[in-house]
Design a protein around this ligand. Structure first.
Ligand code: A2P
Length: 332
């Protein structure tokens, strides 16, 4: 097969729109494209290769003749329609958390564990955005000297929540700058000019689901259950780009110079680390670069094998849509 019928579920969302754009940018070999979203946007049109495509509401027949279905409409929609798509013969690449931890569902970052894709039985999961950028930065270190421990704090942009959160930050920023009372629908507190140490729901252990995703997904992708990981995930008033402060302890010693040399050679990573000229990864750079940006590399002052770094990536592209399309490329 040289061209494929592709469906995008959640095509009108923040990630879905990016998927459609990236399929075009990367010249994915598409025969027919089916764009699906909720009844709210059924009938809307989206351009792909200068042609208009009408958005439809999914039903049990939507996946007939579809070879690859890219889902990005949340867990409920994935749970309902992914099994139907698979039954009809499609391979599903799912951006929700619905199946990520299922043992028969590979969780793939093409730069890190492409070989795991072989074990799929119809569904392949796309990891959480904050996990993707971290494992890409950590994999070369893991391969070189091993990693014993990870402490990660995230600073995640509102686009990770979806288009309603982008609207909320825009509205609240304007309300505040115009001395008006803020209104909110998406987050439990004002997000404009604020930081919320709360992403997704709280679990019984006091961590949020987002923090637990980072912990479990990292171990699954790296194929290493022994790594000790703790995470704090925060939502910041940034539109695009997730930033992470990551501290690791390696099993064996590695110098910062050696690490920089490795990063300079690693596909998918852009080393931005020139503090004398104030160069380090910043969230707005993720609107320009698709690579995961790594900088502020420094040795811990108390732990000989401790290294700290700052990692930034575009959460909608490498953290979601681009990774999903790269999985599709790997598949074909
Ligand atoms: P819609 O735009 O019609 O609401 P985001 O994460 O940016 O909020 O986007 C979520 C995506 O998932 C949107 O495309 C949204 O469509 C879609 N979606 C939400 N609920 C459903 C549903 N029940 N069936 C299909 N698509 C859905």
């Amino acid at each position: 097969m040289s061209k494929f019928n592709v469906a995008v579920v959640g095509a009108t969302g923040a990630v879905g729109r990016e998927i459609v754009k990236i399929l075009e940018e990367r010249k994915f070999p598409i025969k027919d494209l089916v764009l699906l979203a909720s009844e709210r946007s059924a009938g809307e049109t989206i351009f792909f290769k200068k042609k208009e495509f009408t958005v439809q509401e999914p039903n049990k027949n939507s996946f007939e003749n579809i070879n690859i279905a890219l889902f990005s409409a949340g867990s409920t929609v994935s749970r309902k329609f992914a099994p139907i798509a698979v039954k009809t013969g499609a391979i599903v690449i799912d951006n929700s958390s619905a199946f990520r931890m299922d043992s028969h569902v590979p969780l793939i970052v093409p730069e890190v564990n492409p070989q795991s894709i072989m074990n799929h039985s119809g569904i392949i999961a796309n990891p959480n955005c904050s996990t993707i950028q971290m494992v890409i930065a950590l994999k070369p270190i893991l391969d070189e000297v091993g990693i014993n421990r990870i402490i990660v704090s995230t600073y995640q942009s509102v686009s990770g929540t979806g288009k309603s959160a982008i609207d909320e930050l825009t509205e609240q920023s304007s309300q505040i700058l115009n001395n008006k009372k803020t209104t909110r629908k998406v987050y439990p507190h004002q997000i404009a000019f604020n930081i919320l140490p709360h992403i997704d729901v709280f679990e019984d252990n006091g961590y949020t689901k987002e923090e637990m995703k980072l912990i479990h997904e990292t171990k699954k992708i790296l194929g290493n259950n022994k790594i000790k990981i703790t995470a704090t995930a925060a939502r910041v008033p940034v539109f695009y780009g997730h930033s992470e402060s990551v501290y690791i302890e390696t099993n064996n010693h590695i110098s910062i110079n050696k690490l920089k040399k490795i990063y300079l050679k690693t596909k998918g990573i852009k080393l931005v680390d020139d503090i004398e000229n104030n160069k380090y990864p910043i969230a707005i750079m993720s609107e320009i670069y698709d690579d995961v940006m790594v900088g502020r590399l420094r040795k811990d002052l108390t732990e000989p094998n401790g290294i700290s770094m700052w990692i930034v990536a575009n959460n909608l592209r490498k953290g979601a849509a681009l990774n999903a399309v790269q999985i599709a490329e790997l598949l074909i």
